[in-house]
Design a protein around this ligand. Structure first.
Ligand code: PBG
Length: 335
């Protein structure tokens, strides 16, 4: 009996390094810290507003006063970043989503308030039109409901600039249009936002795990019979994700994202192995809903299963993880 080095049992006993907690800690390959976490929040207009999201137990949409309190908690727990998703009133939605780049819009005003109060907290903003369009698509559609690429990129670029002007640190296009990273990068440079980062959702799959998120931002009813198959990636494809990442790096992305996370660990690993750029992963709403609801029902140990799932995302190669569990995880890591 010999292993690949020609050393045989009992010279090699894999269990020696697993015997005690101290030994296990010494040989541990991956560690998780609060610094690896980014907390996504759902933003309502108005004051003192907080509404639960049925399909995401434990998560509320909140108005900016509540988000400011959340921001303070994040900093106390050493979580470096927050990402904002606006819930837009129906009367502000339109076919072409102009509200997306309104300098006095919900997101733009909220970025400024957060920055003023907590300048050290990294603010990541979502660039895509789905919260703003009556049809729930991430872009502008033609008469056949096809999402038009270049016209959409124009509006996304305006949206990105309005976020940078409001004070966003990281612009995160999640729309999957071709060429949007290059367009946003050159606009940022032209407007003198030399240090605004672009986190590209480079490998974003057409996933049904986004269902609870679409409830949260009320885009599900708008999207109705539609789908995002002609711009988000086919879950069957892996090689294609490498081309997406390569293009976005060449167009000026600083960080790339793989999304969702757990069903796509192979993609995280492939991207991290092939490219020298930080890779983030998004543990999406449906992944949260699975873990949380099974735990609430008593079928899973919430803490252990959540820590294991987030550890596996890091082990696969993610340097940071967007997760709705971020506050819970940071609390557990403290105690
Ligand atoms: C929209 C966007 C989506 C998510 C983040 N940005 C949904 C979608 O593409 O339909 C999903 C996040 C989640 O499920 O937690 N551009």
């Amino acid at each position: 009996m010999s292993n690949q080095n020609g050393i045989s049992f009992p010279s090699t006993r894999m269990r020696r390094v697993r015997r005690t907690d101290a030994l296990r800690r010494l040989v541990e390959e991956t560690t998780l810290s609060a610094s690896d976490l980014i907390y996504p929040v759902f933003l309502l207009s108005g004051k003192n507003q907080s509404t639960p999201i049925e399909s995401m137990p434990g998560i509320n949409r909140q108005s900016i006063d509540g988000i400011l309190k959340t921001a303070e908690k994040l900093l106390k727990l050493n979580i470096p970043a927050i990402t904002l998703f606006p819930v837009i009133a129906e009367h502000k939605k339109s076919i072409t989503g102009e509200e997306a780049y309104n300098p006095d819009g919900l997101i733009q005003k909220s970025i400024a308030k957060l920055k003023a109060e907590f300048p050290e907290l990294i603010i990541i903003t979502d660039v895509a039109l789905d919260p703003y369009t009556t049809h729930g698509q991430d872009g502008i559609i033609d008469e056949n409901n096809y999402v038009l690429n270049d016209a959409t990129v124009n509006i996304l670029t305006k949206q990105a600039i309005s976020h940078a002007q409001a004070g966003a640190d990281i612009i995160a296009p999640s729309d999957m249009m071709d060429g949007r990273i290059g367009s946003i990068r050159s606009a940022l440079e032209k407007e003198n936002f030399h240090n605004t980062l672009i986190l590209s959702y480079a490998a974003k799959y057409a996933s049904s795990f986004y269902g609870p998120f679409r409830d949260a931002v009320n885009s599900k009813t708008s999207l109705a019979a539609g789908n995002k198959y002609n711009y988000q990636m086919n879950p069957a494809n892996a090689l294609e994700s490498l081309r997406e990442v390569e293009l976005d790096i060449n167009e000026g992305a600083d960080i790339v994202m793989v999304k969702p996370a757990i069903p796509y660990l192979d993609i995280i690993s492939k991207v991290q192995t092939k490219f020298s750029i930080p890779v983030f992963a998004y543990q999406v709403s449906g992944e949260y809903a699975m873990l949380k609801s099974a735990s609430d029902a008593g079928y899973l140990d919430y803490k252990e299963c959540t820590l294991e799932s987030i550890m596996s995302i890091k082990r696969a190669g993610a340097s940071a993880i967007l997760t709705y569990h971020a506050l819970d995880v940071a609390h557990w890591l403290r105690s």
